[in-house]
Design a protein around this ligand. Structure first.
Ligand SMILES: [Zn+2]
Ligand SMILES: [Zn+2]
Length: 471
């Protein structure tokens, strides 16, 4: 998501709602050719390979800096994650790859004025030996700030086994109807600026094709679909179900939630995930894995060392290197979290059993759910909800000549059923012959989940295990 839109209140004018019971035939289900999904870079069953010698590494895959709409330089952004105990973090500014040369920021410009001497002094005090930015003259003779390059930052901050910085780009497109479509290219160095097409499908295909065309090796990079329900239910699950080469999405993005919680459009990221995976599992296609990310833009809470309740991933990797982390993502050996850590997660292929153990520091007051869909589940669209909103409902959208049209398909409650619930710190589930897939979701303590911006309590989501992979 983008900065400065967090507190706007929805006060729309001229809105209408249409509800009609339509079948799946109303939705385009055209299959897309497989690309990276068939790549040998992906494969195996999450949590099933030999984990000896592997370690869990905590990471953030999504953050912004002054190179787009974040409020500090890349070196401080990364240094704050290192100080907070993360093992890795990825730069993901909008439409700029972190290895592109940074343009100098004139001191008198809008962004330059936001950089105070106090910020520079405080950074030097908190991180001795590092400087927030340097001062240079640009070709017009103006005094400017300039950031350290990503290579310089890696040399200053990366430490073997302790911390790793990864370059990237949040390619951010704006299809029609006030929609947004953002994808992270992780460990990606070529320039890529979104080409705004008309529809979400066109934008997604353009972004996906651009990514595939420019990566040199599918084994060293991943692409994630970010916050699919932001701005408001913008990326419908069937669109992603039809593109099985999209292997990662954000099941939790701490910087976004659906801005407009429109009546009749209650659709959680968990439900979105289960719809995509159910449709794919029926076709024997690869499932989509879920990440939680921070998507931080404003760094004051981290500067003050306050505990930040934000999404992250724990990755079970052979080593803390870019190939080590990327390979673990591609194996599905990671889980998404908003604060809850697992001591172990394991899938036993012989018995088809998924076992989860919560870190003992969280106590026994945990709820572990095993969630999935059964063969033969009804995947037809139960209801289509349409909204048309015109007007200028809030400050952020005024600048965007706001006009919003949304179509949300609703699906059977049997998609993403809870197969089993266990109260306690450990649990396991043995897959039944009619299970399409299963995943675990752990909450501690077991309260109601309110939203994905600032969860009131920690959650961890394991990746789904597909029955097809055991054939
Ligand atoms: Zn972002
Ligand atoms: Zn975004």
């Amino acid at each position: 998501m983008k900065l400065n839109d967090a507190d706007d209140v929805f006060t729309s004018v001229g809105r209408r709602r249409f509800v009609a019971g339509l079948g799946a035939s109303a939705i385009s289900m055209a299959a897309r050719p497989l690309a990276a999904a068939d790549s040998p870079a992906f494969g195996g069953i999450p949590y099933s390979s030999n984990a000896s010698g592997r370690k869990w590494y905590k990471g953030n895959t999504h953050m912004h800096t002054i190179r787009s709409d974040g409020d500090t330089f890349p070196i401080e952004a990364a240094a704050l994650f290192k100080r907070a105990g993360y093992h890795f973090t990825c730069f993901s500014d909008h439409n700029v790859s972190s290895s592109e040369p940074q343009k100098p920021i004139p001191v008198d410009s809008y962004k330059g004025k936001k950089i105070s001497q106090e910020m520079r002094t405080n950074f030097g005090r908190d991180f001795p030996g590092l400087e927030l930015c340097r001062t240079v003259q640009d070709d017009k003779g103006r005094e400017c700030y300039i950031s350290a390059s990503i290579e310089e930052i890696a040399m200053l901050l990366d430490e073997p086994g302790r911390f790793l910085t990864i370059g990237g780009n949040e390619v951010s497109a704006a299809p029609t109807a006030g929609k947004e479509l953002h994808c992270n290219f992780i460990n990606y160095s070529k320039p890529c600026r979104a080409n705004n097409k008309r529809t979400v499908e066109e934008c997604l295909d353009w972004i996906r094709d651009e990514y595939s065309r420019n990566i040199s090796d599918a084994r060293t990079s991943i692409m994630t679909l970010n916050h699919p329900l932001w701005v408001s239910y913008d990326v419908q699950p069937h669109i992603v179900a039809e593109r099985p080469d999209i292997r990662f999405f954000e099941v939790c993005n701490s910087g976004s939630m659906p801005r407009f919680n429109l009546p009749g459009m209650e659709f959680t990221h968990d439900k979105w995930w289960d719809v995509v995976n159910t449709m794919r599992a029926i076709k024997g296609q690869p499932l989509i894995y879920g990440l939680a990310s921070d998507d931080i833009h404003g760094y004051n809470p981290m500067r003050k060392k306050t505990k930040r309740k934000a999404g992250y991933v724990q990755v079970l990797a052979n080593e803390l290197t870019i190939p080590g982390i990327i390979e673990a993502f591609q194996r599905g050996d990671f889980y998404a979290s908003t604060g809850l850590n697992l001591a172990s997660v394991h899938f036993d292929r012989a018995t088809r059993t998924l076992s989860v153990e919560v870190d003992p520091s969280f106590g026994d007051d945990c709820r572990i759910e095993f969630i999935g869909s059964k063969k033969g589940v009804d995947t037809s669209v139960q209801e289509i909800v349409k909204w048309e909103i015109e007007g200028k409902p809030n400050k952020w959208l005024e600048s965007r000549h706001f006009s919003m049209h949304r179509t949300v398909e609703r699906y059977s409650d049997k998609i993403g059923s809870v197969f089993k619930t266990v109260k306690g710190r450990t649990a396991s589930y043995t897959m039944l012959p009619d299970d399409l897939y299963v995943r675990a979701k752990v909450a501690c303590p077991h309260n109601a989940y309110t939203n994905n911006r600032e969860p009131d309590f920690p959650i961890a989501w394991t990746q789904p295990i597909s029955a097809k992979d055991m054939l």
